[in-house]
Design a protein around this ligand. Sequence first.
Ligand code: UDX
Length: 476
Amino acid sequence: MRLTVIGTGYLGAVHAACMADIGHEVLGVDVDPGKIRALSEGRPPFYEPGLDDVLTGAIASGRLRFSTSLSEAAAFGEVHFVCVGTPQQADSDAADLRHVEAVIDGLAPHLTRPCLVVGKSTVPVGTTPRLAARLASGAPAGAHVEIAWNPEFLREGFAVADTLRPDRIVAGVTSAGADRMLREVYAPMLAADVPYISTDPATAELVKVAANSFLATKISFINAMAEVCDASGADVVTLADALGHDTRIGRRFLHAGLGFGGGCLPKDIRAFTARAGELGVGEAVRFLHEVDHINLRQRQRTVALARELSGGSLSGLRIAVLGATFKPDSDDVRDSPALAVAAAVHGEGAQVRVHDPEGIGNARSAQPQLRYEADVTTACEGADLVLHLTEWSAYREIDPVKLARVVRTPRLLDARNHLDAARWRSAGWQVRTPGRPALAVLPGPQRGTASGHSARECAAVPAAPAEGTVLSRSPK
Ligand code: UDX
């Protein structure tokens, strides 16, 4: 089939490359000429494992090319995928649909023959009929231009695998013809028994925000439990393991730590609450305010723990920060908990040196006042405290014996609960992992008290003073 993919960010670039990979003729379109130039040369404009191979393979096959022209897109495609961003509005929780609307308005006047426009961006429930009306009035082909919603569930870091082998495909359609076309687009996935759910556009739109709300709720649930563990001496990792054995609950997304960030989960739950309010059912999703609140509180707790570990004040201390991206295997720092904590610690007067394997460029643009280092050792030189804030696998390879010789005080706060605490302790480090105070007091060779933690350190951490917008939002 001849497909266009409009918007070549994280979602669109991967979708375009993968659609060409499964055999379609694809034209990727973006308003940013720099992005189009890079993609045309086989260089993804962001870090995503495996994407460069799929991209260069698709370009070499002759099935994938890029353009900045919507009229070229209209002339080329029988199916147009809309993959532009729907960020949070600057002055409210609602989604900002201006990029989606700009694509529809820019494409419509060029649509002179029947085609299917397929939205993949995450939008508030009820968006599709509005865009259908805009298309019908703006397109010369009028009612022969159909619209469908086909949400995307890919995770950064696994985007290629998630696109080629998704857990499910959800198609929100209003005609059998649109359904047929989407089944044809995804024929290789259907042949591989990927579940295909054909439904109305409203349900399709809602599936996406409901899925992200559920995932966010799971993460905030376990982080709330971590706070209870800190206050009671229980261990959140053992708790999560025990909960996860119940197949009704499951262990995934029960990893307690610094909480969720990125370009999707935070803004999607906020946009959902805003939309539910407009629909008169704000009460039904009021719990999402609490999910958001618990999530942001993990950043405050981390700063408070850092302060507590440092004897009450961070001012003048040298602090090494390991990790700036919102999660490993991504260079994305949008709403990154790690970067928010680094900025807050800097704001309390510490000299902060940040390391990240892939995210330094983006982090520097977002928080230019911080100092960035290209290697872990330099970031940790003379440090009074090391904060582990994003769980890159490379950080598990660090030799704590060697690093102990580099820092001034071997003191580690593992906010992501991902390092081998016993190994670091036996190398002489004082280690604190939120939600695991019992580690500091349990007897035995693996879980000893080498860190010198006292039961007092296990007490609940008081919330930090308001840190401005990076750490907290005004309660709704
Ligand atoms: C998410 C959804 O998973 C995906 O389906 C959707 O299409 C886009 O949003 P992504 O933003 O790439 O994907 O990240 P995800 O892997 O879901 O992680 C989100 C955040 O939650 C990260 O900051 C991660 O560190 C955090 N997280 C995840 C936890 O804190 N604990 C967990 O157990 C899992």
